[in-house]
Design a protein around this ligand. Structure first.
Ligand code: DQA
Length: 147
């Protein structure tokens, strides 16, 4: 199985960004952890980060033929990007939403996810562990769902 991982805006700052909230793990370290887990699971992995909504949609489109599952942390776009939500639905790629923090326990605007209805599952509040659980979930549950 091939898994596409997309990190949304400001996640390039991981390690330096509000470490009390997001931890000290850098994006490079996070991607290395994901590569190791994907290898152990026998899955292919591509990881991308973008700060731009349109670029995220282009990455989804460009990789939809290769991937059988999507793991996405849309970051702030989670809360208002109908464009990313529509792209996930349009491409028919089985998706899992992830967050480093527990968005249900933060500011009211973060409790809303417009992405959730087009995702099979969500993992949140476990730092890099949220992503690792999402990879495990993809391999266990999304194998036979392709389009
Ligand atoms: C986040 C939560 C979002 O509310 C925030 O805008 C982010 C990161 C998380 O991983 O906890 O940038 O998606």
């Amino acid at each position: 199985m091939n898994i596409l991982v997309i990190h949304g805006p400001n996640l390039h700052l991981l390690g330096k960004r509000e470490p009390a909230l997001y931890g000290r793990t850098t994006l490079k370290q996070l991607d290395a952890m994901l590569k190791a887990r994907a290898k152990a699971l026998g899955a292919g992995l591509r990881c991308f980060q973008s700060n731009c909504e349109g670029r995220i949609i282009d990455l989804l489109t460009a990789n939809a033929g290769w991937a059988q599952a999507l793991v996405i942390n849309p970051a702030a776009y989670t809360h208002y990007s109908y464009a990313i939500r529509d792209a996930i639905k349009a491409l028919g790629l089985p998706a899992v939403e992830v967050h480093l923090t527990d968005i249900s326990k933060r500011e009211p605007f973060r409790k809303i996810s417009v992405i959730r209805p087009v995702c099979a599952a969500r993992f949140k509040g476990e730092g890099p562990g949220s992503y690792l659980k999402a990879l495990d979930y993809c391999v266990k549950n999304l194998k036979l769902v392709r389009k």
